[in-house]
Design a protein around this ligand. Structure first.
Ligand code: GDP
Ligand code: MG
Length: 360
């Protein structure tokens, strides 16, 4: 709805111009002319009031785009080694080595290679987190690492992860793990995956397969190379300048510092002091920290940052948007809260229940 005028909005929603103007005044904006384009925040508030779902689309038209690191999620069947793999990957990070191996748990970490290239890994493995984010419209992940244990083979959650990635159109890189085991049979895994419809590279497809061991660290460099190659193919770029858009990957309450949200910046640069709305919460950014817990003044695309200064606790998958003022932030937050409550009541009255998938 950004840039839409009231006249256009009326046409789009089937709501009368007069009623729309009333709403605009109610949300504290001026409704001077029905021909003046609305700001994105006003448009969102109005849309929520008339019960239309909106998604903020940030136009990067004309903006300077720069290459950015890939954001990677690790998925696969339970016990196939997702957590182990993430642990050893985290330890290969140059930054982690510099900091004496101390990285704080942020829900995401960056592996910097000696070549200077880097990859951002989401630290919450499993399809539950991935689905939760997707359900909230958060397209954070660029690549999925599908972990399959070489001694166990393709299992139900392997297939589930595969179909999640495929329906989200996120490319897969297969990591056949536990190749150190005497009973490991990577060839068998290849055949299984192939018969499940994955077009493996060895067979002329475009899905890379790497044999690894989280235990001996064998093949980790190959996995990183494969991810860099996949990222290169995707030509991942982001706008660096201008207002930032980010997604929450994890949030927690710290006794001293209050609500803390780890977010991955998607575009633009997040700055200290900015007013933000995160899901239905709002705040002013008091501090931004990197994955080593160092204070920094800004967050750039694909960078996981910990944001301090929110009034409430957001949820994984919530979007972070920068707004112009405290008033805007409060308004948008309360508008979104009302909308959530309305949706909740609606659902309750329909007698539907939703099962929280926290199987991982
Ligand atoms: P997750 O459920 O997918 O997160 O799997 P975990 O990382 O918790 O690993 C499950 C078990 O497999 C643990 O006991 C690990 O020590 C073991 N494991 C993980 N990776 C390897 C590996 O490469 N080789 C061997 N031999 N064991 C592994
Ligand atoms: Mg695990």
């Amino acid at each position: 709805f950004e840039g839409m005028t009231v006249v256009e909005l009326a046409k789009k929603t089937g709501v009368s111009i007069r009623y729309l103007q009333e709403i605009i005044i109610n949300v504290g904006e001026k409704a001077d002319s029905e021909f003046v384009p609305l700001s994105i925040d006003t448009a969102e508030l109005v849309a929520m009031e008339v019960g239309v779902n909106v998604k903020r689309l940030h136009s990067d038209e004309g903006a300077v785009l720069q290459p950015r690191p890939a954001v990677v999620t690790v998925m696969g069947h339970v016990d196939h080694g997702k957590t182990s793999l993430l642990d050893v990957l985290r330890k290969t990070s140059v930054a982690a080595k510099e900091a004496g191996g101390i990285t704080q748990h942020l829900g995401a970490f960056v592996v910097e290679m000696t070549s200077g290239a880097s990859i951002t890994f989401l630290d919450t493995p499993g399809h539950a987190a991935f689905s939760a984010m997707r359900a909230r419209g958060a397209a954070v992940t660029d690549i999925v690492v599908l972990v399959v244990a070489a001694d166990d083979g393709v299992m139900p959650q392997t297939l589930e992860a595969m179909s999640h990635a495929q329906s989200a159109k996120v490319p897969i890189v297969v990591a056949i793990n536990k190749c150190d085991k005497p009973s490991a049979d990577p060839e068998r895994i290849r055949i299984q995956l192939g018969s499940e419809g994955l077009h493996l590279e060895d067979l002329g497809g475009d899905v890379q397969v790497v044999e690894v061991s989280a235990k001996t660290k064998h093949g980790l460099d190959k996995l990183e190379e494969a991810l860099l190659l996949q990222a290169e193919l995707m030509d991942l770029k982001a706008r660096i300048d201008g207002p930032s858009q980010a997604y929450v990957v994890e949030a927690r309450l710290d006794r001293g510092r209050g609500p803390l949200a780890t977010a991955i910046v998607k575009s633009g640069t997040l700055l200290c002091g900015q007013y933000i709305v995160v899901g239905s919460e709002w705040g002013r950014i008091r501090s931004i920290r990197d994955m080593l817990g160092r204070e920094t003044t800004s967050g750039r695309p694909a960078m996981p940052v910990e944001i301090e200064g929110l009034k409430g606790l957001p949820m994984a998958g919530d979007d972070v948007v920068v707004v112009a003022s405290e008033e805007r932030a409060r308004m948008l937050s309360s508008g979104r809260k009302k909308k959530l409550e309305k949706d909740r009541l609606l659902k309750a009255s329909e007698g539907r229940i939703e099962i929280d998938d926290t199987s991982d």
